[in-house]
Structures are given as structure tokens and as C-alpha cells.
Design a protein around this ligand. Structure first.
Ligand SMILES: [Zn+2]
Length: 397
């Protein structure tokens, strides 16, 4: 624990703290330089925008052929097993992945879902509907409610992230299932660090593995870090254990990202999934993003979970979504900045439901949350937390 966290947990916040250096923002999208996986170049353009500008230069027909070759290599010759596995949450990307693999490439996939207990009704209907509209088999897995409640609290206290269990479950349980079912090829959707943050080039054809699971999906934490926290036991986290190397190698597990082989524009394929397969958007608008077709697999994902990202790093999902939509040409940067101004700082109403779920008071929530504020982003002024904002930067230009 750092000295500043100690003083915060004691409940004695100073009125003033040192102001960090001026925050810089990408001049094309809405990301601050502190955004996860991203670097800002001397030209003021972020690595995510730079990698995104590679997209039109990629020969997507050639990539489609590369995908076909991989799929043919893994297709079950005698039909005695599934051809591949698709980890799905039931979101628009899950629909698109399944559509491409089943309908375009005529593979027989097995769908696998880690269910974290907090689906929105629309998200649950979308998930259940998949085996009907695509004609595929589907495994659902969900940990015990008791374990999930403890994991919500433990994730929040250890890492400021109540949904850590979901990041781990999504990245781990399907790999366990691939090993058990002896289905080596796994098809993921978009590679976030490449597409959002530009951590890799699209030419790198990144694949998922044990290291990226731990470093990217699970932010460096594994199940062992949670045993003993909030009374969690090893037996409650069997689903969170990544298979050992020899088992992975025996089956020959390979985890590719469809976004490396198919042109990815989620607005276009999201609308197509609504029209062609009855995908449902959220009936109600969200408070922290204008999109209604993202993250319906957890009612807190666009709410209090995302608010914690804002508390930690100073930006939220409105920044993610506007940056994606600006890059894809669906809105201007000025429109994006206005949305960020309106939505990024909102403390959402689903907080009260989450506090009931885990039996915590709002005071305790705020005290713990404040301990995770990045001192390179936030400082205290006259007894309040403040930070540089993108609209201030825009007005300076
Ligand atoms: Zn950018």
C-alpha cells in the first residue's frame, strides 16, 4: 500500500495534492495519453488511431483466404468432433463471429459461455437465442452465486474492478472446455489492445495465449491472488485455473482473433445482426454510453464497473466508444468530445443494486474507490478531486 492509499483508507483526504503534468489528448480521437494500451506520438496522434489507419491498406480478401486455410487445417475430417470453439457472451460480436464461422465458412462450432450472473434481460435473450438462430451447440458455465458475490468484493478491493472474475472466466473457462472436448481451434473476436490501443500492428496477426490472458485479460492477477480474500477458497475457483502447458500442447490449442482476418466495423455488423438474426439492443439508454448494443452480458459493465475505470484512469466507455466511432468515420471528434463531456463522469444508478448485491455502503465504496485514483490523472483542489479534461484541451487549441 502506498502512503497516499494509507491516508485515504484512514478517511483523511487532504484538501490539496500536487498537480500532475498537463494531460495530453489524441488530436484525432478522444483518448487521453494515459489510456490503457495506448501511447501518444510526438505528432499528437495515438497508437490506436495509427493502427486503425492500417485497416484500409490491408488486403482483406487475402486475409479471408488465410482464415480459410487455418479453418480447413482444423476442420474435423470425419465429423466426429466440433471443428472449432467460439467463446461467446451473446453480444453483437458473438453473433458476428458465429455468423462468419458457421454461415460463411460452413464450420461446425461449439459455443462456450462464462456466465457471471448479472445479465441484462435483453443480453440473456440474445445469448439463449444463439443456438436457435445459428443451429449450434452451446455450453453455459456459471460459478456459484456465493463465490461470485465474494469475487465482486475481492476484485473491487484488490484491483478496483468488481468484474475481474468475468475477465478471468471468459479468458479461462473456454480454454478448459477446449482441452476437455479436444477442440483445438478457438475463435475470438476483436483484439482490444490492437484495435483500441494500437499496442500491436494488424500485420502482427496476434493470437491469444497464457501470457496475454494473464497480462491483458486479468491485469496480472490470477486465481491464487484471490484465495483467502473475502473467504474465497480454491474449490470455489476451479473454473479460473488455466490448463497446464502439457494439456494445451496435447490438444494443440490455438486461439486466433477474427478481427485479424475480417474487416471489423462493429456498427455495420451490429446492425446486420439486428436485421438478420434478431439481435436485441438494450431497451433503455445507458447513463455512461450512447451505444445500446454493447456489453449487455452484465448490467454493471456499462455502469458502475465502467465508472471505476473513470475513477482509476480518468476516462470511461464514452471515450472508448466515441474513439472507435470517430476512427470508423461515424462521428466527428467535436461530437465525440461533447459526448465525453456529458457522460464520462456520471456516477450511475446501478451502483445501488451492486451495493445491495455485495452488502456494502456507498461510503465504503467511495472510500475504496478513491484509493485507486491514478495520481498522474487526478489531484485534489479545495477538498475536491479534479483532472484535466478533453474539452479544456479542445478550447485551448
Ligand atoms: Zn487517437
Amino acid at each position: 500500500m502506498t502512503p497516499s492509499q494509507e491516508s485515504l483508507s484512514a478517511g483523511s483526504l487532504p484538501d490539496h495534492t500536487p498537480r500532475p503534468p498537463q494531460m495530453r489528448y489524441c488530436k484525432r480521437c478522444t483518448y487521453p495519453e494515459r489510456a490503457v494500451f495506448l501511447t501518444l506520438g510526438d505528432d499528437g496522434v495515438c497508437s490506436g488511431c495509427r493502427v486503425n489507419s492500417e485497416k484500409p491498406k490491408i488486403d482483406w480478401e487475402e486475409r479471408g483466404e488465410m482464415l480459410r486455410e487455418i479453418l480447413e487445417e482444423f476442420r474435423s475430417r470425419d465429423g466426429s468432433n466440433y471443428d472449432c470453439m467460439i467463446p461467446v457472451s451473446g453480444g453483437k460480436d458473438s453473433y458476428f463471429q458465429t455468423h462468419v464461422i458457421k454461415n460463411v465458412y460452413k464450420m461446425n462450432p461449439l459455443l462456450v459461455t462464462y456466465h457471471g450472473n448479472n445479465y441484462m434481460p435483453e443480453g440473456m435473450r440474445n445469448l439463449i437465442n444463439m443456438r436457435k438462430v445459428f443451429g449450434v451447440d452451446h455450453i453455459f458455465f456459471t460459478p456459484s452465486i456465493q463465490a461470485l458475490v465474494k469475487l465482486n468484493v475481492a476484485g473491487f478491493k484488490l484491483h478496483g474492478d468488481m468484474n475481474w472474475h468475468a475477465h478471468c472466466g471468459i479468458a479461462t473457462y473456454p480454454v478448459q472446455a477446449a482441452v476437455k472436448q479436444k477442440v483445438p481451434l478457438m475463435i475470438w473476436g476483436e483484439h482490444g489492445p490492437t484495435h483500441l490501443g494500437g499496442q500491436h500492428s494488424l500485420k502482427d496477426l496476434i493470437e491469444k495465449n497464457a501470457r496475454s490472458r494473464l497480462e491483458h485479460s486479468q491485469h496480472g492477477l490470477d486465481w491464487k491472488d484471490f484465495v483467502g480474500v473475502e473467504g474465497l477458497t480454491k474449490q470455489e475457483m476451479l473454473w479460473a485455473m488455466y490448463p497446464p502447458d502439457d494439456e494445451i500442447e496435447k490438444v494443440g490449442v490455438r486461439q486466433i482473433f477474427l478481427g485479424n482476418y475480417v474487416y471489423w466495423d462493429e456498427n455495420i455488423h451490429g446492425e446486420a445482426m439486428v436485421k438478420d438474426f434478431g439481435f436485441e439492443k438494450s431497451e433503455q439508454p445507458f447513463e455512461r454510453t450512447y451505444r445500446r448494443f454493447s456489453n449487455l452480458d452484465d448490467m454493471h459493465e456499462n455502469g458502475i464497473h465502467d465508472y471505476m475505470k473513470y475513477i482509476k484512469f480518468g476516462y470511461g466507455r464514452a471515450t472508448d466508444h466515441t474513439s472507435k466511432d470517430i476512427r470508423a468515420g461515424h462521428m466527428t471528434r467535436e461530437q465525440g468530445v461533447e459526448i465525453v463531456r456529458r457522460m464520462d463522469s456520471v456516477k450511475p444508478r446501478d451502483l445501488s443494486r451492486w451495493l445491495d448485491y455485495v452488502h456494502m455502503s456507498e461510503e465504503e465504496f467511495d472510500r475504496i474507490a478513491d484509493g485507486f485514483r491514478d495520481k498522474r490523472v487526478w489531484w485534489r483542489e479545495n477538498g475536491k478531486w479534479v483532472k484535466d479534461n478533453i474539452w479544456d484541451a479542445a478550447e485551448r487549441v
